[in-house]
Structure formats: structure tokens, C-alpha cells
Design a protein around this ligand. Structure first.
Ligand code: ADP
Ligand code: MG
Length: 272
């Protein structure tokens, strides 16, 4: 496996607080990894550190085998694209202009867009389902549409490593499946490595090869989704009653809430 990104014993501090520690994983070419865990567990912190936006205070982060902090920003931008949990979008920008920003790391000396740049922007917009929005000002779009525009910008960057922080949080069911299906397909067809922060464990199990479960800044589970997503571990990690069922179509866990903590609702009937 060709590691695009590796974390070894990584600790990240913000101010004086240790936010994550002892985080170790390897993300290879052609692989999709889900990063899951409760609110405040440190998922976004890991995503930002992986994108080179936060330094590790201990341990090492490597991008294609080189210490991440030694990779020049221009090279890094040609390898890695990152979509923040709440991407800042200049409201006056038209969708197509924003997506075209993804080409910046690839433009030549004079910054002129080539035919290939334009084609890549069009393809990225189509893949993210925003082709019909090209001329619209970004500030007028719904949260889910904005989220897909940010993903299109990242795709236009033609990264080898894609880091998405909660890409599906504002998306309807169709776009949840289409965005994650797209990431999965790019991993298989083009060898893309993807790190996806996601709350929906069942969705993660369907579309990701491996899952890292984070709890209070530490790795609580790491491996194939079916191995990590067990009821005892999830109940302990999230502190709420949950059940794990088999997916009807494949060997993939589906995580649902249990009403064990809500006896009044459970007693109202409707049980199977
Ligand atoms: P997640 O994405 O898993 O919800 P984050 O990585 O955003 O969690 O945050 C992890 C923890 O770090 C949270 O407790 C949050 O309050 C804390 N945190 C985030 N930013 C800062 C900061 N700038 N200074 C101190 N603590 C922070
Ligand atoms: Mg977050």
C-alpha cells in the first residue's frame, strides 16, 4: 500500500489544551477512511492537522512519506484538497468562479486558464451536482448546495488526497449517497485517498473501507467498519443506547437508536 497520509502517535494542542493524542493511522492510495466520534472528540482537529493547517505538537504526520511540515505549500496544494466543516465562501462569488479557484495550484506562471483547466472545472461541477448553479452567487444557495460547491472546488483541484470534514451534514439522502459514492468511485478508478469526517455511521460503513472512531481525542477503534461498529463500543463511546443491525444487502452494519433510554415512547407500542 502506498501511503498518501500517515499519522504516528500524533498529538495536537490548541493553546494549552491537548485536543488529540496518540493518533496513529495510515491512509493508502485508493482507500476511503471515515473519521467518526462524538461532538468535540477532535475530528476536525485531525482533519485540519492532516491538511497542514495545524502542527502536531508530538508524533509525526507524513504526506507521501515526507514530513508534512517540510512539504512546500504549492506542492501540498497539488496533492491535497481540504473542505472545512464550515467553508468560508465569499458571498459575492459566482459558483463557477469559486470552483475554478480549485485550479489555482495548477495554473502556470501567468495564471491563465487552459482548456484543460476549464474542462476540469466543468467535470468537477458535474460530479458534485452543481452544474446548473454555475452563474449563481454562492451566498444565495442553500447550505447543502454550498456544501456541494465546496466539494466541487476540492475536486477541481484534482487531489491525490481528499479531506472532507462532514461533507454530508447538510445533504439530502440522494446527495449523501451520490457524494460518498463519487468519493468511493474516485478511490477505485483513480486511486484517490480520502479522509471523510462523518457522523452517520451506517453511511460510513457502506462507503468507507476503514473507520477510525475517536473518543475524547484518542483512538477508540480502528479497522474495517464491521469490526469497529459494535454495539458495546458505540454505546460506551456515544453514551446513548444504540443497536447494530445487518444491512439487508451486504455485510455492513447499520446503527440505529434504541428506545431503551426512552421507556415511555417504547411503551406506546409500534414494536415489531
Ligand atoms: P469535532 O470535530 O470532533 O467535533 P473539534 O476537533 O472541532 O471536534 O474540537 C475538539 C475540541 O477542541 C473541542 O473540545 C473544542 O472545544 C476544542 N477546540 C477547538 N478549537 C479550539 C481552540 N481554538 N482552542 C481551544 N480549544 C479548541
Ligand atoms: Mg468537527
Amino acid at each position: 500500500m502506498n501511503a498518501q497520509l500517515s499519522f504516528e502517535g500524533v498529538e495536537v494542542r490548541l493553546g494549552r489544551r491537548v485536543i488529540v493524542s496518540g493518533v496513529t493511522f495510515e491512509l493508502g492510495e485508493g482507500e476511503v477512511m471515515a473519521l467518526c466520534g462524538p461532538n468535540g472528540a477532535g475530528k476536525s482537529t485531525i482533519a485540519r492537522a492532516a491538511a497542514g493547517l495545524l502542527p502536531a505538537s508530538a508524533g509525526s504526520i507524513r504526506l507521501r512519506g515526507s514530513a508534512l511540515r517540510s512539504v512546500p505549500p504549492g506542492d501540498r496544494a497539488r496533492i491535497c484538497a481540504y473542505v472545512a466543516q464550515q467553508p468560508a465562501a465569499p458571498p459575492g462569488f459566482a459558483v463557477r468562479e469559486l470552483v475554478a479557484l480549485g485550479r489555482l495550484p495548477h495554473l502556470g506562471l501567468f495564471g491563465a486558464e487552459s482548456e484543460k483547466d476549464r474542462a476540469t472545472v466543468e467535470q468537477a461541477m458535474e460530479r458534485a451536482g452543481v452544474s446548473s448553479l454555475g452563474a449563481r452567487p454562492i451566498g444565495e444557495l442553500s447550505g447543502g448546495e454550498q456544501q456541494r460547491v465546496s466539494i466541487a472546488r476540492a475536486l477541481a483541484q484534482e487531489p491525490r488526497l481528499l479531506i472532507l470534514d462532514e461533507p454530508t451534514s447538510n445533504l439530502d439522502l440522494r446527495f449523501q449517497a451520490s457524494i460518498l459514492g463519487l468519493v468511493w468511485r474516485l478511490s477505485r478508478d483513480e486511486g484517490l485517498a480520502a479522509l471523510v469526517v462523518i457522523h452517520d455511521l451506517s453511511l460510513a460503513a457502506l462507503f468507507c473501507d476503514r473507520l477510525l472512531l475517536l473518543a475524547e481525542g484518542r483512538v477508540a477503534g480502528y479497522g474495517p467498519p464491521a469490526e469497529v461498529l459494535t454495539a458495546p463500543l458505540l454505546v460506551r463511546t456515544y453514551g446513548t443506547p444504540l443497536r447494530v443491525l445487518p444491512h439487508p444487502e451486504r455485510l455492513s452494519p447499520v446503527v440505529v437508536h434504541s428506545l431503551a433510554g426512552h421507556p415511555q415512547i417504547a411503551n406506546q407500542g409500534g414494536e415489531a
